[in-house]
Ligand binder design. Sequence first.
Ligand code: SF4
Ligand code: FES
Length: 250
Amino acid sequence: MTMCNITLNGKKTKFLPGKTILENTRDHGVKIPVLCSHEALKPYGACRLCIVEIEEQGRKQIVTSCNSHVRDGMKIKTHSPRVQKIRKTLVELLLARTPEAAVEQQLARDIGVKATPYPEQGELCIMCGQCVRTCREIVGACALDFVHKGSKRSVAVPFFRDSKECIGCGSCVFVCPTGVVSMHDEISDVRGEPERIMDKWETRLPLQKCSSDGNVFATRRMLEHFARKHEVSEGFLETCSHCLRKGNTK
Ligand code: SF4
Ligand code: FES
């Protein structure tokens, strides 16, 4: 493969042409702050924290490194004064939106922001979109989306109520960097059966009991979703993976 000749922060080096600027700089040990980027998801380009300054044929511009590819002869500065200034303002704005989010506080410490000059909004969601994109791109359930615009923008299930699309897999809980998405399992007051409650999405889903050991192991909707998408072994819908592995099916 023909490598691209790049000047990274003043040093001549080689970059892989099929990779983004962010991926290449990481391979070279240069750390660029990110918020909306996740290696399992497609580049999204929303938070803008990963900006770098590039120069080609004498023309300089600021681009987001997570969704920009390299070209031969490019000069890249990851921490130029112009980049640092914009990044600082972005972190100050994010810190104003979500002052309690640990991920923002860490970012602020990393780039030397001590406080925000903007009015605090007290949100917890940093709008990274990782829950929405994981649900869509990895799980294929498409239960979540962004609603409203500007400062009212947030993530929600359709019509803000018990969702028919949510399968209760918990991927959004796992991927959310702030912990604002949560779920818990409990015995339903109405049916007396175990249920999973997706707290933020106001969705309740019946849990499946293993036909072999009697323990609850997944929501029924999640098992049906994966059974539709993949060829599943006999007993998949009724038996937990522990018993399936041991061959204990009924
Ligand atoms: S709920 Fe969590 S994962 Fe979803 S956009 Fe907000 S911070 Fe990101
Ligand atoms: S990490 Fe590139 S825009 Fe968010």
